[in-house]
Design a protein. Structure first.
Length: 182
């Protein structure tokens, strides 16, 4: 529930118009474009609303809230400003600032693409087998048991990992294959 308290002296009695409004985007920023940033550059995202003390601001990346308390040396959140120092490919994504007051909310979006530097790195395996060697590991399990296999690889740009069985690419859905970046 929102409350508004206005004190008026008897001698100042007049018509008073009070407009209660949700936050609004600044007119110059209604159309956002994708930002293409070079790897290792720094960027600043400014949430384009008029600053007021009663605004609640929440930044997110790919629909996951970013907590200002988690600010690190490369990510800093200060109310209407989000800074990323020396961006990496993992910083790419859709950033949003959601601004709320007691009368509504508004959201600004910042799609960020990271361009890789010209000096790339060929993919290489980074996982080690039981012998401490880099490369594949032989797995023997009884038929019908669930087997979990891991493949860790690095490179710039990050390599795309595909699993094959008998020279056929395995379907992620059919075999429960999941991928994540580190």
């Amino acid at each position: 529930m929102n409350h508004l308290l206005i004190e008026i002296e008897e001698s100042d009695v007049q018509n008073v118009l009070v407009r209660l409004c949700p936050p609004t985007l600044l007119p110059s920023t209604l159309n956002f474009v994708t930002l293409d940033v070079n790897e290792n550059d720094s960027i600043e995202l400014h949430c384009p609303v008029t600053n007021a003390p009663d605004l609640s601001i929440q930044w997110s990346k790919n629909n996951e809230d970013l907590d200002p308390m988690w600010s690190s040396s490369n990510l800093v959140i200060k109310r209407l400003l989000l800074k990323i120092h020396q961006v990496h490919f993992t910083d790419a994504g859709l950033y949003k600032c959601n601004v709320v007051n007691g009368f509504g909310s508004i959201q600004a979006q910042f799609p960020i693409n990271i361009r890789y530097s010209l000096s790339g790195e060929a993919p290489e395996f980074i996982s080690r087998n039981d012998d401490g060697q880099i490369g594949p590991t032989k797995v023997i399990q009884p038929e019908g048991t669930i087997v979990q296999l891991k493949c860790l690889a690095s490179g710039k740009p990050p390599p795309e990992i595909r699993w094959k069985k008998n020279d056929k690419i395995l379907s992620e859905d059919e075999y429960g294959i999941t991928q994540r970046s580190i």
